[in-house]
Ligand binder design. Structure first.
Ligand code: CP3
Length: 354
């Protein structure tokens, strides 16, 4: 299948945008910039809109999700929107009882811990993504030439929530299951890859111009476990959009040891957290891979001259890759002053104009 003729990548709206051309490996005069978790979190206009609506209900309201997605684009002038949703939305839509507790994260009514639990998971084919498609279509209609990034959680990060039943530090139960019951583990990751792949595909078909896979908790895995028991399922999730030829990004936290296998699943761009500089990341990837990142979110609260020097250093090191999209090394902390994000966008864009 190819993208519909009315898709922003097909009709020319976003195919020549700084973000899409950079993701495709062409370095332009200006480095594009957007921020993970730019939608929601630090914006007062987001908090105002969210009053009285639960997080996942907001994600499933096309009008609300679209408005929240557009807020940071209007305010900061970033080079991309990212769809306001959550990695657990496909679980909810498939019929898993999951909620997001404010300040804590995703929590399941019943954790998935045994082969029988895995076998009883609802069929991914039953999930109805029409609210997501409607929210994306509505957003894209208002974005014009600014591309929308669609996203999904990678199977391991989803499994970390499914097995633990909520947020955890080391994902011990999930990593135990991986070895104690390898076939239940493979079935669980296969299920997660299927449902998350459908979520990603729905966003792309409805008008998103790129897809990012978030494997936020990949840093708790050994390299061998990642390569043997996780990466094939991430590849399967990504395969759900392989026929659509949209640029793809793969991001993880604490991923320094697995950058290469994360690229090897077949993505265009690798997202790097703040732990290693971009020139080191680039050389670990052989020098030929487009990078995204990697401003340390902790420095958003530092005095401007400190943050400014750090952003310029990130841009300089990003030149060791064929092309670079400036971003944070992880999501925007909720207490961030939004004016600081706007100032970063202005700084990054000004570098290309001199
Ligand atoms: O701006 C964007 O990046 C788009 C929206 C987005 C959200 N979640 C909205 C959200 C995206 C891309 C995500 C992905 C996501 N969700 C990830 C991967 C990215 C990452 O940051 O590592 C993960 C691990 C989750 C699971 C999740 N959902 C967590 C850990 C939390 C935080 C809990 C908290 O309140 O600190 C959420 C909730 C969540 N997802 C919020 C938002 C805006 C906060 C909810 C609120 O405002 O009430």
């Amino acid at each position: 299948m190819t993208l519909p003729a009315t898709h922003p990548l097909s009709d020319g709206r976003t195919s020549g945008s700084p973000l899409v051309t950079t993701y495709r490996g062409v370095r332009g005069a200006v480095t594009p910039v957007w921020f993970m978790r730019q939608a929601g979190r630090s914006l007062p206009e987001y908090r105002e809109l969210r009053v009285g609506t639960r997080m996942l209900d907001a994600c499933l309201d096309p009008e609300l999700a679209s408005e929240i997605t557009l807020q940071p684009v209007r305010r900061h002038g970033v080079d991309a929107a990212i769809f306001f949703s959550d990695i657990v939305i496909p679980l909810r839509l498939a019929g898993v009882d999951v909620e997001i507790e404010p300040g804590r994260g995703p929590v399941l009514a019943a954790p998935i811990r045994t082969a029988a639990d895995v076998a009883a998971l609802p069929a991914p084919s039953g999930a109805d993504f029409s609210a997501i498609s409607a929210g994306v279509a509505r957003t894209v209609a208002q974005l014009g030439t600014t591309p929308l990034i669609g996203f999904a959680g990678a199977p391991f990060t989803l499994a970390a929530y499914l097995v633990e039943g909520g947020p955890s530090k080391d994902h011990l139960r999930a990593r135990t299951m991986m070895h104690a019951d390898p076939s239940a583990w493979a079935a669980l990751l296969g299920w997660a890859a299927d449902v998350t792949g459908r979520f990603l595909r729905a966003q792309i078909l409805a008008g998103a111009s790129a897809g990012q896979l978030f494997d936020s908790w990949v840093g708790s895995l050994s390299v061998a476990d990642y390569v043997e028991r996780v990466a094939p399922h991430s590849a399967a999730a990504l395969a759900s959009i392989a026929d659509l030829d949209v640029p793809t990004v793969h991001f993880g936290v604490g991923s320094g040891e697995v950058l290469k296998p994360m690229h090897d699943i077949g993505v265009d761009v690798v997202g790097v957290d703040w732990r290693i500089p971009l020139d080191v990341a680039s050389s670990r990837l052989g020098g030929g891979v487009v990078l995204q990142g990697n401003v340390d979110p902790a420095l958003l609260a530092a005095p401007w001259p400190v943050l400014e020097a750090h952003v310029l250093d990130v841009l300089r090191r990003g030149r060791s890759a064929p092309a670079h999209v400036l971003n944070l090394g992880h999501g925007v902390p909720p207490e961030t002053d939004p004016a600081v994000l706007t100032r970063i966008v202005e700084l990054v864009h000004a570098q290309g104009e001199g």
